[in-house]
Design a binder for this molecule. Sequence first.
Ligand SMILES: Nc1ncnc2c1ncn2[C@@H]1O[C@H](COP(=O)(O)OP(=O)(O)OP(=O)(O)O)[C@@H](O)[C@H]1O
Ligand SMILES: [Mg+2]
Length: 459
Amino acid sequence: MKPTILVIDDDASLRRVLEYNLQDAGYQVFTAAGGEEGLALFAEEAPVLVISDMKMPGMDGMQLLKAIKERSPETLVIMVTAFGTIDVAVDAMKAGAYDYITKPFNRDELRLTVAKALKFCRLTVENRRLKDELADKTDYQTIVGSSKAMGRVFEIVRKVADTEASVLLTGESGTGKELVARSIHQQSGRRHAPFIAINCAAIPRDLLESELFGHVKGAFTGAIKDKTGKFQLADGGTLFLDEVGELPLELQPKLLRALQEKVIEPVGGTKEHRLDVRIVAATNLDMDKALIEATFREDLYYRLAVIPIHLPSLRERPEDITLLLRYFCKKHQADAVVFDAGATAALNTYGWPGNVRELENLVERLMIMRSGNVITVNDLPDKILSGSVTSDASSISGKVVNLPIGGYSLEQLEREVVTEALEHNRWNQTAAAKFLRIPRHTLIYRMEKYGITPSAKTE
Ligand SMILES: Nc1ncnc2c1ncn2[C@@H]1O[C@H](COP(=O)(O)OP(=O)(O)OP(=O)(O)O)[C@@H](O)[C@H]1O
Ligand SMILES: [Mg+2]
């Protein structure tokens, strides 16, 4: 892509000279005849470099420089000053101009100054990219988990990361789908290329197509200039299609074609672009149901889910809870914080419907609200206590159940405990069985024995 330069000068002939010379040197040039017009064009085109005359009617060069620096401190501005006005040039440099050239200037002088500025600009961008990458690494790398279920996830990720295979991540909200998607990118040969994420559920459907594939100027009302879509931005890298299950049916054939043939066509365009993009998608919808109900195309599903990876909910891997608590305490510079037995028990039996995200938010809140380094049940929110069987362990001196004075049927109690465990685990039998520390077949046997189903709640 050619670097873009905005030239602002009220002198039409000088403007043309600058434009011609810079175009000739391989740059894309926009021109404006004054400060106001220049500023408007600046907002629209976001050029990497601005060359502006100092003396102009209306908004002069100095005012323009300040306005640009306010909006975008990193944009480089070169001022054009009249011969013999060196103090004006110095003022401009003080106000943030990168450099200046004095009129009259020759072609080589102009090109040299511009080339120097653009080189500086490239170095700054490169520097920032390296910094981001470093930050990304420290951010993305840690996926905490020592449970068997997470072990299986790590193993698949390791195997598929450096392949071209499309990956579909499924799992409840907050289980780490995006974290894993980024980790796949980081472990692939594409790690130096962009990781671009798009949330298919968050973008209005009439904008989604152009977000994904881009559009050409004039494709529809409001398309005032060409737009590069996420696919193109991800060229050479990874495109993360988040909440892909929400992709409108009418867009699915176009996505399928992009995946199969590796070409995209911007909205309103006639030219196809060949791209090299690795797809990682995620959804927390029940895709089997979406396929049956035909809200999602089967052919597209199989294209996306070449490697399906299911992220287990926190309920299914309670052994990771303690590890995650430690990890997030550390992340919040609270290494010294410990959870006492009561708090640990409550946190371990809670259902965590919001999974790791909920746990992380809780730790963040506890780190702010705590009065000391020991977290007890008193520090925990009611929601957690009422969702765990140790809820009133502290108030009934360690007893889990308070029996009525007149006695109680053990069978009835068992029926209630089983039902509650199932409800607490959203009727996930594996999770409920784990919760009750019994094998799944025992749970199923009990459910049949008492006729426990989601609709037939026992009283
Ligand atoms: N195993 C893990 N180890 C450390 N942090 C985790 C883990 N899983 C999730 N997280 C953290 O929990 C938060 C939620 O994770 P993420 O955004 O990846 O979830 P998600 O599955 O994409 O959720 P949603 O479906 O709601 O978008 C993030 O801050 C993430 O860093
Ligand atoms: Mg997500």
